[in-house]
Design a protein around this ligand. Structure first.
Ligand SMILES: Cc1cc2nc3c(=O)[nH]c(=O)nc-3n(C[C@H](O)[C@H](O)[C@H](O)COP(=O)(O)O)c2cc1C
Length: 193
């Protein structure tokens, strides 16, 4: 299937970049067509401007400045996100992508006051996240990024479809063993995506 791979990390030599590469290559090996959307490398502008807010509800006017990104989202049959966790959320780059691209008319429509998904063409979703925090600290904090993936994005796409959630916690105490074991896990899961 055609998989939109969203990646958000500014450093080419980071572990996040290694996860991105592993994910992309495993998906391709599995026979998928990968649309590799490296938001930093592409210089995506994540700031929702005054203009963007004024036209936010006016489809298709609202898509004009991010038309290419909307088309890529509309063409996706699978969605995979690779990102670190910053301040218990997505980096501003990735958060801004959702603000600016997942627009009314593109990702959802308001029909008689009710939200209707426009993303039913996405049949599968996965997320690969890294946390500095331990699982316990993330749990105590309410683990917002996990909820964004497993509840918010899933509900926007299709609440009845399962989501693959992969996380390396406690990056502050990562060892070469934990890093390579997680890369291997991501490889295995993505080869079966
Ligand atoms: C700006 C910033 C904010 C961060 N905030 C959190 C946080 O709230 N929770 C957490 O678990 N880790 C946090 N971290 C740690 C990152 O998740 C961790 O550094 C990253 O997952 C490691 O991957 P990398 O080496 O590929 O960057 C933060 C890191 C940065 C740079």
């Amino acid at each position: 299937m055609r998989v939109l791979l969203l990646f958000s990390h500014p450093v080419e030599s980071s572990y996040g970049a290694a996860l991105h590469k592993e994910t992309r290559e495993a998906l391709i090996r599995a026979g998928h067509e990968v649309d590799d959307c490296d938001l930093y490398a592409e210089g995506f502008d994540p700031v929702l401007s005054r203009h963007d807010r004024l036209v936010y509800h006016d489809y298709p006017e609202n898509t004009k400045l991010v038309d290419r990104y909307c088309e890529r989202l509309k063409a996706a049959e699978g969605l995979v996100i690779v990102t670190p966790v910053w301040n218990f959320g997505f980096p501003a780059m990735l958060k801004g992508y959702f603000d600016r691209v997942w627009l009314p008319g593109v990702s959802f429509a308001l029909v008689d006051g009710k939200v209707e998904s426009r993303l039913r063409h996405i049949r599968k979703m996965a997320a690969v996240l890294t946390y500095g925090a331990t699982p316990f600290r993330a749990f105590v904090a309410g683990n917002p990024p996990k909820k964004i993936v497993k509840r918010v994005l899933r509900a926007q796409i299709n609440p009845w479809k399962p989501v693959t959630f992969l996380a390396h916690y406690d990056m502050n105490n990562a060892t070469p063993e934990t890093l390579s074991a997680f890369l291997a896990k991501v490889r295995r899961k993505m080869e079966r995506f």
